[in-house]
Design a protein. Structure first.
Length: 109
């Protein structure tokens, strides 16, 4: 499994030819308010991502299954103050649950 959080990945041997990997990634963000008058509260947010993968010990091919935001938690992220104190429409919602399956193959040495 290719990931940017190697400290969160667990790896082991599945057989003489294959290795397995597992990923669990948690993030926490406490509640926050938009910057103008603190009128629009965004609740705390804890998205959970999990993944599993199987790869040849040679590192030449494998597959990964990654699920992001598995509990489908919703929140708003305020990237800047609202243009008006009574308009929170600039806030962007967090990504909904996504599931990705990937087969990969390396070519060359």
């Amino acid at each position: 499994m290719v990931d940017n959080h190697n400290k969160d990945t667990y790896r082991g041997s599945l057989s003489q030819s294959f290795d397995w990997s597992a990923l669990l990634h948690l993030r926490y963000r406490g509640q926050m308010f938009n910057q103008r008058g603190e009128q629009f509260r965004s609740s705390s947010f804890v998205p959970v991502d999990i993944g599993v993968g199987v790869a040849a010990k040679s590192g030449q091919y494998g597959f990964d299954l990654l699920a992001k935001n598995i509990f489908n938690r919703l929140t708003e992220d305020f990237s800047s103050p609202s243009p008006a104190p009574y308009f929170a429409g600039v806030a962007s919602p967090a990504s909904l649950r996504t599931v990705n399956f990937r087969f990969w193959r390396k070519f060359g040495p």
